[in-house]
Design a protein around this ligand. Structure first.
Ligand SMILES: Cc1ncc(COP(=O)(O)O)c(C=O)c1O
Length: 418
């Protein structure tokens, strides 16, 4: 896709289809990007910095303002693109929605949500009652919980597949309404063959949703492979500083965008203006952060693979990793999440985690600081995730400090349990 085909910056009003809401006002107000900036022809690192800036004129602010107003002056019948009420739309969301859409190569602005789960819900709920949803066995556990809820309350048949087993996914697609792809998966780091799966799903008549949280649009652009929706937990890399909870959906066209926008309005699944502004500030350094964290992750994965107290490493950037070939073909980098299984059991792994002084034991990922977690500490985590598996979210600290801390903790716990 060329940038020219996907220029969002002119403020042309959009004409989405009629919505399901109680109001004719679909709230898709025009996005006011800087018309002097056609960001789509620039490289992604530049887009992350330049997209969504206010119109450039003498004395204009360099950053968009935060507008704190729940309502807008309005009389009579609201125009289709008029800002009316902040649950429907507010201008503080627009720069972030434009910037993420530019990065994902979406032809229409993104739709920001109050969390990644709200963003996912807006698309997963499109599966009709009694329909079929195909999901990765090792998707984020709460995404699987949402699918389970669709099953219980709406009779949706949920088929779990190993998303890196392409033939198995293809055979599950027959009669499916939707395919959710998460790649790499959380926490097993399996890599999906996006072009093949998306093409096959479309041939089977299924809508394709890709959770691109781990890869970020810098490393993987699912819309360019034909996906219908890309979803992010913007809480992670997009915002990048572990200080906001946020989600965003990028749709492949106006119709699909209108559906998720309408869901957001009906469910009130909105984000606060300050959070979205903070996420935009974080997004400015996405390229620096993703590159630095990815470089650290590569070094750490290589060293962990040689560590005597590490039995298994999953990182798609290691040539011996099962996801290496697919990731090399479909991604432009391998990300900064690593999964390891130390030689010890879950208890010794918990002690190892407590012996760390730099790495922070915490859930979530994608911040500048390195965090880690034994995922099976949650009883809701998939039972096929090994009990002693640790998910590492590598940050941007000096790699030698990260390594020294990990190494001492791994060695100490092993000698304690020996
Ligand atoms: C891959 C993935 N998708 C979606 C989510 C949900 O995002 P949020 O926590 O912002 O609701 C998460 C959260 O950890 C995640 O890791």
């Amino acid at each position: 896709m060329t940038g020219e085909q996907h220029n969002l910056t002119p403020t042309t009003p959009q004409t989405p289809p009629p919505t399901m809401g109680s109001s004719n006002h679909d709230g898709v107000a025009p996005h006011h990007g800087d018309a002097t900036h056609d960001v789509r022809h620039w490289h992604p690192a530049t887009q992350a910095v330049a997209a969504g800036r206010p119109p450039r004129h003498q004395g204009a602010p360099v950053n968009p303002p935060i507008v704190l107003s729940s309502t807008y002056v309005s009389t009579g019948t609201p125009g289709p693109n008029e800002l009316l009420y902040t649950r429907i739309d507010t201008e503080t969301w627009h720069p972030f929605e434009e910037a993420v859409a530019a990065l994902e190569g979406a032809p229409v602005p993104g739709v920001v949500f109050g969390s990644g789960m709200a963003a996912l819900a807006s698309v997963l709920s499109q599966v009709p009652d009694g329909g079929t949803l195909v999901v990765p066995r090792h998707a984020y556990q709460v995404s699987l919980g949402f699918a389970e809820d669709l099953h219980k309350r709406h009779g949706v048949q949920v088929i779990k597949v190993d998303i890196d087993d392409t033939p198995a996914v293809l055979s599950a697609l027959n009669g499916a309404h939707m395919l959710l792809i998460e790649s790499p998966t959380n926490p097993m780091l399996e890599v999906a063959d996006l072009p093949t799966l998306i093409a096959a799903a479309h041939q089977a008549g299924a809508t394709v949703v890709v959770d691109n949280t781990f890869a970020t649009p810098l490393l993987q652009q699912p819309l360019s492979h034909g996906a219908d929706y890309v979803v992010h937990s913007a809480t992670k890399y997009l915002a990048g500083h572990s200080d906001v909870v946020l989600g965003v959906v990028c749709a492949a066209d106006h119709q699909r965008r209108a559906l998720v926008h309408n869901y957001r309005t009906l469910h009130g699944a909105i984000a606060g203006p300050q959070e979205v502004w903070l996420a935009l500030r974080g997004l400015r350094t996405l390229s620096l952060r993703v590159n630095a964290a990815g470089a650290n992750a590569m070094v750490l994965a290589q060293r962990l693979a040689e560590h005597p107290q590490v039995a298994q490493v999953r990182y798609p950037g290691l040539p011996q990793d099962p996801g290496f070939a697919t990731a090399s073909a479909t991604m432009s980098g391998y990300g900064a999440i690593i999964a390891i299984q130390p030689t010890g059991d879950a208890h010794s792994v918990d002690r190892m985690i407590n012996a760390l002084t730099l790495w922070t034991p915490a859930t979530s990922l994608g911040g500048v600081e390195s965090t880690l977690e034994r995922r099976r500490r949650f009883t809701t985590e998939s039972l096929t995730v090994p009990e002693n598996l640790i998910r590492l979210s590598v940050g941007i600290e000096d790699v030698e400090d990260l390594w020294a801390d990990l190494d001492q903790a791994l060695r100490r716990i092993t000698s304690e349990s020996a």
